[in-house]
Design a protein around this ligand. Structure first.
Ligand code: MRU
Length: 346
């Protein structure tokens, strides 16, 4: 089961807003709807957003009426810009769009072949995501021991990627290897990705879990119940600072205070070596209704002022290791990330 796929010219994706009540696929035929699906979070999670952006370009390439290569490239560049604007923090979106545009710019081919090139590259991005997540799951699972109780934040499972997942992929892999583990699932306010998506996914895989309110995490860390913290990343700066779902920072600080290791798991496409530190990572601010309502029911007073940053930055000093498809990276992160980013894929 893929979170999203491009088949016969149509993008099919799980509408994650409907889970866990219903497992519904939507069919998308134009890039404008792909842009909407990213912005409104029918699809979410850094690698899944990257694949969605790539498929958006593929749909635009398919529909293009351009008769010259120059006009085709100009059109795709404009569409890439529009898709890029939808969500600013997860760097995978820009990474996937740039990868395709770079390919097209360097190709020197007629429009018909350029169109094929865009579609093939988008498919490659999606296929590679599955393979590298599988590899990463193996590395991450090696950090998990029999008897571990793992605190997990947000959703980083198959739904956050094309398939397999990032941090949750490691946890599911450890379970499938026969390790006796338990997962404490942060509900992840305000959008409840933990309660709605992670709990659902872990139940599909039969991984023992307990759903907790975000505010309970400190209690489980202080009492020595949680033995590890695992979460994903939406963008990692060159020094190892990690932007991830809002609340990750607080979790890492409390874990650090209680000597509980913290692991952040992401493909190398989430690492942005152009940013020196996490303070440069753009943080998406989302609508106030995510904070003032649950499932459309308002509980906060009308007119209240709301802040809703979707992500925060964990300074690298709170991380025990960063897990990628190229291996596990330990401090000093600045040197070791540079080394891993320079290394050949695989
Ligand atoms: O706002 P979301 O649901 O797209 O945020 C997702 C996360 O923060 C994930 O933890 C992150 O993308 C990394 S795991 C794929």
């Amino acid at each position: 089961m893929r979170t999203l796929e491009l088949r016969d010219g149509v993008v099919r994706m799980i509408d994650q807003r409907k889970l866990p009540q219903e497992l519904v696929y939507v069919e998308i035929r134009d890039y404008q709807t792909i842009a909407r699906s990213i912005k409104e979070m029918w699809v979410r999670g850094a690698p899944a957003i990257g694949a969605a952006g790539a498929f958006g370009l593929a749909l635009a390439a398919q529909a293009s009426q351009a008769t010259s290569a120059d006009a085709f490239i100009a059109e795709l560049t404009r569409v890439g810009g529009e898709l890029y604007e939808t969500r600013p923090t997860a760097v995978n979106l820009g990474w996937a769009i740039n990868r395709i545009l770079k390919k097209v710019h360097g190709a020197n081919l007629p429009v018909r072949e350029l169109r094929e090139l865009v579609i093939a590259e988008a498919q490659a991005i999606a296929e590679e995501d599955v393979a590298l997540n599988q590899r990463m799951a193996g590395f991450g699972a090696s950090l998990i021991n029999d008897g571990d109780t793992i605190l997990h934040h947000c959703n980083t499972g198959p739904l956050a990627t094309v398939d397999v997942g990032t941090a949750l992929g490691c946890i599911i892999e450890a379970h499938q290897q026969g390790k006796k583990i338990h997962v404490l699932v942060d509900e992840t306010r305000p959008r409840l990705q933990g309660a709605r998506l992670t709990a659902w996914e872990l139940m599909q895989y039969g991984v023992p879990m307990t759903l907790i309110a975000d505010n309970a995490a400190g209690h489980y860390l202080y009492r020595g119940i949680a033995t590890k913290v695992f979460y994903g990343a939406d963008r990692v700066a060159a020094n190892g600072d990690v932007a991830n779902k809002i609340g990750s920072y607080k979790l890492a600080v409390v874990a650090h205070e209680n000597n509980v290791p913290v692991y952040s798991v992401m493909p190398t496409s989430t690492i942005d070596m152009s940013l020196a530190s996490g303070s440069e990572i753009p943080i998406e601010e989302r609508g106030e209704e995510e904070v003032t309502t649950i499932e459309g029911v308002r509980f906060a007073p009308l007119g209240v002022m709301v802040g809703n940053p979707a992500f925060d930055v964990t300074p690298h000093k709170y991380l025990t290791a960063i897990v990628t498809e190229r291996g596990i990276v330990y401090p000093p992160f600045k040197e070791n990330l540079l080394r891993i980013m320079d290394s050949a894929e695989g």
